[in-house]
Write a protein that binds this ligand. Structure first.
Ligand code: GTP
Length: 330
């Protein structure tokens, strides 16, 4: 079987995060309502009652495709429950076209995403399509200042749904969208009311190698072009362009050290790196304290090799990153 058909057979997964009351269930209901022919499996990680009208899940009026995991967060204490639920879905023998997971408002999405990115048995049946963060336009600014979970949710998002747009002025909406884009240059941002966004958020392919790489190249280039970093209480994106090739071993040691020292405050690192004696560009990404390398075919558009790297972090001094990176030259 080709790797493409294997990939297509696996059930795509969309993780919906966002702070309490941001509009996650509204988005979920909208997506279900918009796709009456899609056989959804839904995992709800809420403390309260399931906020979904079961009748909306047309193919499964028994509600068999809906799982509620309560009294905890699937990013941490209920992570085993999440694995068990995925196992139940597989063993049910039913075919699902898409799995939607709504996390609690307090969940850290990287913990949930890691289940799909690190567990080989899970990857056999499921493929993470995207992490979506629903942000309440009127609240997100304060949330990012006050809540660590909100910062992690934004930093880890592949898509941000800027919800409740009608509740703020157009000028404020512009301002919020602009600082969200600067805080997470990797995310697509869609505006919405009551979660009513374009359905393309279910086909992001954010972790498919080619699409993800192209997007990463664009985002890293843009982040490096548009100013070096952004000052906002909460999440900051620091981007660097390095013209001299790097030493891979030094880089690996330094990243390990950095994630160990500042792991809690460094939410995400992504980059396209030029290593000494490596003709191909190397894609680097971190998820929690883990990181992954991947090779691109060639430098984009015959561009001269250089390294571009973006750190999404909170309270990490730019000088620390700059000094570290400068010490990694081959
Ligand atoms: N004004 C306004 N209210 C909205 C919008 N979207 C959702 N709401 C309301 O906000 C409240 C919370 O919406 P939900 O979709 O339940 O949000 P949630 O993120 O799932 O909430 P929790 O699961 O409690 O974290 C509900 O009363 C919604 O009707 C919107 O765009 N505008």
């Amino acid at each position: 079987m080709s790797s493409k058909s294997y990939r297509l057979m696996r059930t795509p997964v969309t993780i919906i995060t966002g702070f309490l009351g941001a509009g996650k269930t509204s988005l979920l209901n909208h997506l279900i309502g918009q796709h009456p022919d899609t056989r959804f499996a839904i995992i709800e990680n809420e403390f309260g009652e399931i906020g979904i009208d079961n009748d909306l899940v047309i193919q499964d009026s028994s509600g068999d495709g809906i799982f509620e995991l309560s009294n905890g967060c699937i990013c941490c204490e209920l992570n085993d429950e999440l694995l068990k639920t995925l196992g139940r879905l597989v063993r049910s023998g039913k075919t699902f076209d898409h799995l939607l997971i709504e996390t609690t408002g307090m969940a850290e999405p990287d913990g949930v995403a890691a289940t799909f990115m690190a567990d080989v048995a899970v990857q056999e049946y499921f493929r993470l399509d995207a992490v979506v963060c629903v942000a309440d336009a009127g609240q997100i600014e304060d949330m990012l200042e006050e809540r660590e979970e909100a910062r992690r949710q934004l930093a880890f998002a592949d898509v941000v749904v800027l919800n409740k747009q009608g509740s703020v002025s157009p000028a404020y909406l512009e301002k919020v969208q602009s600082f969200l884009a600067q805080s997470n240059p990797f995310a697509e941002i869609y505006r919405a009311d009551y979660g009513k966004v374009s359905s393309t958020i279910m086909q992001q392919g954010a972790y498919e190698s080619e699409a993800a790489r192209q997007k990463l190249i664009r985002a890293v280039q843009e982040a490096a072009t548009h100013g070096h970093h952004h000052h906002h209480e909460g999440v900051e994106a620091h981007s660097f362009t390095l013209t001299k090739p790097l030493d891979m071993l030094k880089f690996v040691h330094w990243s390990k050290f950095l994630l160990l020292m500042y792991g809690k405050n460094i939410y995400r690192i992504k980059g396209i790196l030029h290593f000494q004696a490596e003709p191909q560009p190397v894609i680097f990404q971190s998820v929690r304290t883990q990181f992954a390398f991947d090779r691109l075919e060639a430098w984009p558009d015959g561009a001269a090799p250089n390294s571009r790297i973006v750190f999404i972090a909170n309270n990490v001094k730019r000088q620390v990153l700059e000094k570290g990176l400068n010490s990694l030259r081959a």
